[in-house]
Ligand binder design. Structure first.
Ligand code: ADP
Length: 762
């Protein structure tokens, strides 16, 4: 179908597509149009990676925002990861030149996003949309179209239920809402279509041919039955041989591995393979990119990444800062970086096609099984789908690696020839149901047991549940739990949230987290404002709630943290489980997380922390963000219950927010200051905001290492009467006194919007 024939879209968009070189729709896109996607019809599109799903979504959204009838209206695009929100924003912002406005909302859970009311296209994560629904964002009623990207993630145990419930709520709020769900190829797309009352486009079509296969011995065994020689040189690994062979043909390779650590070590090794292929000009450009990478943060990860990039290799995982990730993605797209070693996050949407894909690890560690588990067919096919760049490569190849004949056969059976699994709802998992049933009642969506049941029947879970009785039994168990803990009350056949229940729902807490926090704070009764819990005690309390992802205990940890638990016993809130109790291990792992937070709030270097706990800088950010949110929630709960512990909680929260000791909390809150600069200012005698406002500029400049622009903008932010720095010279006595110590540079590590993934993904 020629793009000029598409009904229901604005004329400028046809022009826009022409400028992008898009003349005709791909077959699955044409099928979507024939099934009414530009006419308000619901649609599920289950098609392979890189087959143009975004354009299907765009057609739906643009037709909705331009349609004059009551089914038209603003469009909401739901993304599964924060990292993808900015990528989509970039794509849709191109439409601002035609008069449309685009907003992105991923942050603060509590606001109703009022400013989004005048946007035509809104991009948000499912968690954010869920909270907008709970906070009754009025503009939700003006929605004409909702797009759910990567909808097969309803199958994800952690985050699937939120997506599922959110879609069900949006649809029940607004029965004329058009729902467009984009999915990878899955085993049961009909089930999704039935759930969403949608037309289905189910296609294997790809814009570029893909050959799947397995490398074994000296050959690639491809799915069409052919074999191609690809021999290993002495002491060369399979992946190195494939990277080299691809480079001999001027192509790039994407290597998927199963952990961050493996991504880093594979990149280090493969740098040896890529380096000899670099031209002088490429080396110079890569050195420049490596310098930009080092500028992002002062960690080992940053150094390791820069060192690999200088050789034409890189790693990519969610422990990286956002700027690291985009530098790598851009340089790979520009063909400067020849190989990227990635964890599976990269497969989930970031657009980095390459000639060949190698799925090196097809098992990964799974904590719930306590061992290695094979990846799903769906995941492996999504990774493989990244092979081949339309218009650039003749075809793509995606290879698994076998080390023996049996494994060769197994990989063909298990992945190359296999169909992807069906998607199943995970809403029945307890934390999910607890949270969502409370929210559904608190926001007035359901006012009785019957209404709740009706609402749940609109979910995929109900579509797939064995029978209605099972659904009811599970629901009743949860209602009982919520009633016993004083979050819900039953009155003459109605269901209502208590005041506490409303607070918990508004705070976006798992009710079990709220119960744990209140239990821990119970010893501080109303009016007793003299004694306050310690920061460590509070960090431990929030770390043992189900809302904080656990840090796993490594071998040797158990002893160390048991000791610490006894040493710090007086700080800990609530009753410790006995050492023989199963809950003791969780208690210890919360001790470990608490000490991490305390280390951060005691100004320990990022590097020291990453080493001490075996995690990446992105993980510190994730823990810190979660802690900030949970401590904010604890403060609200304490206020709700009239407990006099707000000052202690507030201080613990501010310390973790800024990563500083108590005495720097005030200074570090000034925009542009951050933890390291605050410490230097403090040591130069500037101890508070008030001091800074009145400070001698030569002292400020010296404390800030003579950086005039930084000094000036900080003084502007704090409201200094004369912030200009021209002609100010750094006070030498201060410089001399401070520079005997460390020489570390200040970086943006303490900024709260570093955009790093923190949702427990890789
Ligand atoms: P998916 O979301 O399915 O992984 P994308 O929507 O990112 O895939 O599309 C992959 C690439 O294909 C993009 O670069 C896009 O511009 C291009 N593309 C999409 N539709 C067409 C088309 N009809 N003709 C040519 N290129 C297209």
């Amino acid at each position: 179908m020629d793009v000029a024939e598409i009904p229901g879209i604005p004329d400028w968009f046809v022009e826009h597509l022409h400028v992008d070189g898009i003349e005709a729709l791909y077959p699955p896109q044409a099928e979507a149009v024939e099934k009414g996607v530009t006419d308000g019809e619901n649609l599920v599109a289950s098609i392979p990676t890189a087959s143009g799903k975004t354009l299907i979504a765009t057609l739906a959204m643009l037709s909705s925002v331009t349609r004059e009838t009551e089914t038209g209206g603003k469009a909401l695009y739901i993304v599964p990861l924060r990292a993808l929100a900015s990528e989509k924003r970039g794509e849709f912002e191109q439409f601002e030149q035609y008069g449309l406005s685009v907003g992105v909302s991923t942050g603060n859970y509590e606001s109703d996003g009022g400013w989004l009311a005048d946007k035509d296209i809104i991009v948000a994560t499912s968690e954010k949309v869920d909270s907008l629904v709970r906070n009754d964002a009025p503009w939700l009623e003006d929605l004409g179209c909702v797009v759910s990207d990567e909808v097969h993630l309803v199958d994800d145990g952690n985050r699937g239920p939120t997506l599922e419930v959110t879609l069900a709520k949006l649809r029940s709020l607004n029965p004329t809402l058009q729902t467009v769900a984009l999915s990878a190829t899955i085993g049961n797309p009909e089930a999704l279509a039935a759930w969403l009352d949608a037309e289905l486009v189910d296609s294997d079509w790809r814009p570029i041919e893909l050959q799947k296969g397995v490398h074994f011995g000296d050959a690639m065994h491809l799915e069409d039955g052919s074999q191609e020689r690809l021999a290993l040189r002495a002491s060369e690994s399979q992946e190195a041989a494939i990277v080299r062979d691809t480079l001999e043909d001027e192509g790039s390779t994407l290597v998927f591995v199963n952990s961050r650590r493996n991504a880093e070590s594979a990149a280090r090794r493969l740098g040896g393979t890529t380096e000899p292929f670099l031209s002088g000009a490429e080396r110079a450009e890569l050195a420049e990119i490596a310098a930009q990478i080092r500028d992002v943060s002062d960690t080992d990860t940053s150094d390791d990444l820069a060192a690999a990039v200088e050789k034409g290799a890189a790693f990519h995982h969610a422990g990286l800062a956002r700027d690291h990730r985009s530098l790598v993605e851009d340089a790979f797209r520009d063909r400067l970086i020849k190989v990227v070693c990635a964890t599976p996050t990269l497969a989930a949407g970031v657009n980095t096609p390459s000639r060949r894909v190698v799925v090196r690890d097809w098992r990964r560690y799974d904590g719930t099984f306590g061992g290695m588990q094979p990846l799903s067919v769906l995941e492996v096919h999504q990774m493989m789908g990244r092979a081949g760049r339309p218009g650039l490569d003749p075809y793509g190849e995606a290879l698994l690696l076998a080390s023996g004949h049996d494994e060769l056969d197994e990989l063909f059976e298990r992945y190359v020839w296999a169909e992807p699994e069906p998607v199943r709802s995970k809403l029945a998992a307890e934390p999910a149901l607890r949270t969502h049933i409370l929210a559904t009642v608190a926001s007035g969506f359901a006012r009785s047991r019957e209404e709740l049941l009706t609402f749940l029947e609109g979910t995929l879970y109900a579509e797939q549940a064995a029978d209605r009785d099972q659904l009811q039994a599970v629901m009743d168990t949860v209602i009982d739990y919520l009633e016993v803990n004083d979050f819900l009350e039953r009155l003459d056949g109605t269901l209502a949230a208590t005041s506490l229940g409303h607070t918990v729902s508004r705070l976006y807490l798992d009710p079990m987290s709220a119960a744990e926090i209140l239990d821990g704070l119970a010893e501080y009764q109303a009016g007793d404002g003299d004694s306050q819990p310690t920061a460590f005690g509070l960090y431990h309390l929030i770390s043992r709630t189900p809302d904080m992802y656990e840090l796993y205990l490594r071998s040797g940890d158990e002893e160390e943290y048991t000791m610490l638990a006894y040493e710090r016993e007086d700080d800990l809130l609530g009753r410790a489980p006995s050492e023989f109790d199963d809950a003791f291990e969780d208690w210890l792992s919360a001790i470990k997380t608490a000490r991490l937070l305390e280390d951060w709030a005691s100004e320990l270097d990022e590097d020291t922390i990453t080493e001490r706990y075996g995690i990446g800088p992105g993980d510190i950010r994730g823990k810190v963000d979660t802690a900030q949110w949970l401590l904010g929630a604890a403060e609200s709960l304490a206020t709700e219950r009239g407990l006099g512990v707000s000052p202690g909680i507030r201080e613990a929260r501010l310390r973790v927010e800024h990563g500083v000791r108590e005495e720097l909390v005030d200074l570090a809150g000034v925009r542009g200051v951050g933890r390291k600069r605050a410490r230097r200012l403090y040591e130069a005698g500037i101890e508070t905001r008030a001091d800074l406002r009145e400070a001698d500029k030569s002292v400020v400049l010296a404390a800030l290492r003579g950086r005039e622009k930084t000094a000036q903008s900080i003084l502007e932010n704090v409201g200094h009467h004369e912030p200009a720095m021209a002609e100010v010279t750094p006070a030498e006595s201060v410089t001399a006194a401070l520079d005997t110590g460390d020489s570390e540079e200040e970086h943006s590590e303490a900024s709260s919007d570093s955009g790093q993934a923190n949702l427990g993904d890789f």
